[in-house]
Design a protein around this ligand. Structure first.
Ligand SMILES: Nc1ncnc2c1ncn2[C@@H]1O[C@H](COP(=O)(O)OP(=O)(O)O)[C@@H](O)[C@H]1O
Ligand SMILES: [Mg+2]
Length: 231
C-alpha cells in the first residue's frame, strides 16, 4: 500500500552485488518532518540503503519512491535531475571540490540546476550566514577545519531546498566537538521542517538528533525505535 504523503517509501528492496547481498528485503516509510537515524554494524547495508534512496544506484528488485516519484521509472538523465533537485546529500569526507572556494562549491549546486550565477551566489551567501560560516566564504577547502568543511557541505546540500536531506556518517571524520556541532545543525534544520535520513555510528548523537532510529543488520531492518526528543 502506498502512502501518498511519504517522502520516502521503500518496498521490499533487495540489492545484490556479484558476491554479496547488501539489502535483503527492506521496506521503510519516511514521513515529512521525520529525522531518521540508521545505525548498524559496518557492512550491514546502511550506505547501500542511502544510495538507493539518493538514486545513486538501483535495486535488484523492489521499489524506491521518493516524493511520489518511483525512481525505477526514471532513466539516467531523469535520475541525475532527481539527485540535483530532489535531495541533498552529505558525506563523511565532505566531497568538496578543492579548487573552488567555499562559496563557489555551494553556488555550483544551484548553477547545475540552471540557476543564474548571481542568484546562486545570493542564495549561497544567505546559507553561509544561517550556518555561521559567512567569514569563510572565500576560503578554499584545504584551509577549512573539518567542521567548517561539513558546514559548507550542508550548505551545498540545502542549496536547492531539497525535500530530503541524506547524510552518510556526517560526523565520522570529525572530532567529537565538531561532530556535536554538525549534529546540532542537523537537529536545528529538522526542527524547522527539514526531513532527514542519516547514517551514524554514534548512538548518543543519533538519539540527540533523531525522531526514529532503525538498526540495519545483514541487509535487513532488525530493530526500530521511535524517540521522544527532548529540546
Ligand atoms: N559497489 C559494491 N560492489 C560490491 N559490493 C558492495 C558494493 N557496495 C557495497 N557492497 C557490499 O555490500 C555490503 C553492504 O555495504 P555498505 O552498504 O557499504 O555497508 P555499510 O554502509 O553499512 O558499512 C557489504 O558487504 C559490501 O561489501
Ligand atoms: Mg557505509
Amino acid at each position: 500500500m502506498r502512502n501518498g504523503d511519504a517522502v520516502v517509501e521503500l518496498t521490499d528492496v533487495r540489492k545484490e552485488y556479484s558476491d554479496s547481498v547488501a539489502l535483503d528485503g527492506v521496506s521503510l516509510t519516511v514521513l515529512p518532518g521525520e529525522a531518521v537515524a540508521v545505525m548498524g554494524p559496518s557492512g550491514s547495508g546502511k550506505s547501500t540503503l542511502l544510495n538507493m534512496i539518493a538514486g545513486l544506484d538501483r535495486p535488484t528488485s523492489g521499489s524506491v519512491v521518493v516524493q511520489g516519484t518511483d525512481l525505477g521509472t526514471l532513466g539516467e538523465t531523469g535520475l541525475a535531475l532527481f539527485r540535483r533537485r530532489g535531495i541533498g546529500m552529505i558525506f563523511q569526507f565532505f566531497n568538496l571540490l578543492d579548487d573552488l572556494s567555499a562559496l563557489d562549491n555551494v553556488a555550483l549546486a544551484a548553477q547545475l540546476t540552471g540557476t543564474r550565477a548571481a542568484q546562486a551566489r545570493a542564495r549561497a551567501l544567505e546559507l553561509f550566514g544561517e550556518l555561521g560560516i559567512a567569514g569563510r566564504r572565500d576560503v578554499y577547502p584545504a584551509r577549512l577545519s573539518g567542521g567548517e568543511r561539513q558546514r559548507v557541505a550542508v550548505a551545498r546540500a540545502l542549496m536547492n531546498r531539497p525535500a530530503l536531506l541524506l547524510a552518510d556518517e556526517p560526523t565520522g571524520a570529525l572530532d567529537s566537538r565538531s561532530g556535536e556541532q554538525v549534529m546540532d545543525l542537523l537537529l536545528d534544520l529538522n526542527q524547522i521542517g527539514q526531513t532527514l535520513l542519516l547514517v551514524t555510528h554514534d548512538e548518543r548523537l543519533a538519539t540527540r538528533c533523531a525522531t526514529r532510529v532503525i538498526e540495519v543488520v545483514d541487509g535487513r531492518i532488525a530493530r526500530e525505535q521511535s524517540l521522544e526528543r527532548t529540546p
